[in-house]
Structures are given as C-alpha cells and as structure tokens.
Design a protein around this ligand. Structure first.
Ligand SMILES: C[S@@+](CC[C@H](N)C(=O)[O-])C[C@H]1O[C@@H](n2cnc3c(N)ncnc32)[C@H](O)[C@@H]1O
Length: 274
C-alpha cells in the first residue's frame, strides 16, 4: 500500500494524501500563483494606464483578462467611445473605400460578420458587442484571415446615433437577441430602434433578424405593420428549410440551437421604403 502523509487543507482541515497527490497539488498551486501574479501585474499596468475608466466607475483589483487583450487588436477593435464617435459620418474614410457598410448589433464572437466579411470583400462590416471576450475572439478571427473590411466596436446598439451618420448604413443584422421574457421593453428591436434606423439606414436598406423565439418573431412582424417607413419583404418560420437556406451564414447561437435543440429558426427581412 502506498504511504500516505498528513497535510493541512485550505480550510485548516487535516487530510491524508499520497506523495503523488501532494506533488500534483503543488504543481496546480504553482500555476495558479503564477497566473495570479501575471494578472496582478497586468491589473497594475491597466490601473496606471487608466484603461478601466472606459468601462467602470471605479478601479478594480483584478480585471477580466480579455479587457487587456483588446489592446492587442487596434486595427480590428475599438473600445474608446471618443475614438468611435469621431468617425460618425466618416466610416468610409476609416475603411478607406466607398463600399457599402453593414452593421451587426450583438455580434457575439463574430462568426457571422467574419464570414460575411470574408465572402463579400466589397462590403465593410461594423460589429457591435459588449462582452470583452467575444470582441477579442471576433478580432482574433479577423486578424487570422487578414481581413481589412471589418471592425469590432464595444458599443451598445441603443447608442448608434452617437457614432453613425445619416444614411451611412446599407443593412443591419440582429441575430438571436435576448428576448427578455417578461421585460420585453428591454428588447433591442423595438419602435425606438426603427426611429434610429430612420436616420442611419439608407432607403431600400434592410434589417435582417433571426431568432429562435416564436413570440419575438410574432411581435416584430406586428410592430413593422404599424410603421409607415418599413415593410416586411420576407419572413419564414423555418429558415433552414426555406429558399434562403443556401445563402444563410450561421451564427454561434444558431449552431447551438440547431445541434442541441434542433429548433426551427425564424427569420425576417424588413426594408426601409422611405
Ligand atoms: C444571445 S447573444 C447572440 C450572439 C450572436 N448574435 C449569435 O447569434 O451567436 C446576444 C449578444 O448580444 C450582446 N448584446 C446584448 N445587448 C446588447 C446591446 N444592447 N448592444 C450590443 N450588444 C448587445 C450580448 O453580449 C450577446 O453577445
């Protein structure tokens, strides 16, 4: 039988473990300590640089590691409101061409917009997201593919008028937004969004909406009927068995809904008619 030794656990309790287990524990502790040290050093640098001010009211002891990683992709990711707002009405200057600009609100880790940017090199894409990790993942994918027609921006969808000019956008994608069951007023797609699209979306431009949520789908169809500047030009309760299935680019959530839950995806195209 293997010899056991007595040690004191994290909470002061006495435990008996083997030499091998002791060594394994020591290795895990070493890795954890190193990680904490690196994190603390990075947090110190971030505090010195005052990067936290862009995101939080007060400095913190430790930050989400993806917050620092955002700094590694200046050509693919903007997080500073001042930098972003400066380009209001001038996004074609940013991209260095006169190509159409498409916007995605709530892009997750960017699969949808990255694949679009790869497929349609003659279009520009701006993708909005709030979560640091998802923004970094999107930027990484874009850099890996050497794309020059895509930018990730840490901005709320509700603030588009702060940084997008009149008629600057040719199409808007909103894929699998939170349905906010019971708190529907918080949804990204509401009358307020359309009043902003009145400004930023070109006439004949479209809003493309995908969801797994039956009620959200129904509610958007009903809402658009009440809007004189917009018209439903296509809708289906089963995108993957529709005529649009071939051209459809799947998002991360879509992939998950399909593989785990085998759900029908609902889809609506809404055109701005004046
Ligand atoms: C359910 S996920 C869907 C992500 C992606 N579109 C997909 O289909 O895989 C919704 C995403 O929207 C982001 N989000 C939520 N509210 C937002 C807002 N007001 N503005 C921008 N992004 C938002 C969330 O952080 C989240 O990543």
């Amino acid at each position: 039988m293997e010899n056991k030794i007595e040690i004191t656990g994290k909470n002061g309790q006495r435990m008996e473990i083997t030499e091998a287990e002791k060594e394994k524990r020591a290795n895990i502790k070493k890795v954890n300590d190193e990680f904490k040290k690196i994190n603390a050093e990075k947090s110190k640098i971030i505090n010195e640089q005052e990067l936290w001010k862009y995101f939080f009211e007060k400095p913190k002891k430790n930050y989400n590691k993806y917050m620092y990683e955002m700094l590694e992709f200046p050509e693919y990711l903007m997080y500073n409101n001042k930098d972003v707002d400066k380009y209001c009405g001038k996004w074609n200057e940013f991209f260095g061409n006169n190509n159409d600009i498409y916007l995605e609100i709530g892009c997750g880790s960017g699969n949808f917009t990255v694949q679009n940017a790869e497929k349609f090199k003659d279009r520009n894409y701006i993708a909005l997201e709030l979560r640091f990790k998802r923004l970094v993942l999107g930027a990484k994918k874009s850099k890996k593919r050497n794309l020059d027609n895509i930018l990730f921006v840490r901005k709320r969808g509700e603030t588009i008028l702060d940084f997008i000019g009149k008629n600057e956008i040719s199409g808007v994608y909103i894929n699998f937004p939170d349905p906010w069951e019971g708190e529907e007023k918080k949804r990204v797609i509401n009358e307020n969004l359309f009043s902003k699209l009145d400004v930023i979306l070109k006439t004949d431009g479209k809003l493309f909406f995908k969801t797994d949520h039956e009620q959200y789908y129904e509610d958007v169809l009903e809402l658009v009927k009440t809007l004189e500047n917009y018209e439903i030009v296509y809708h289906t309760r089963d995108l993957h068995n529709s005529e649009k299935a071939n051209e459809n680019i799947k998002t991360e959530f879509e992939q998950m809904f399909l593989s785990k839950h085998n759900m029908n995806i609902k889809y609506i195209e809404i055109k701005k008619i004046k």
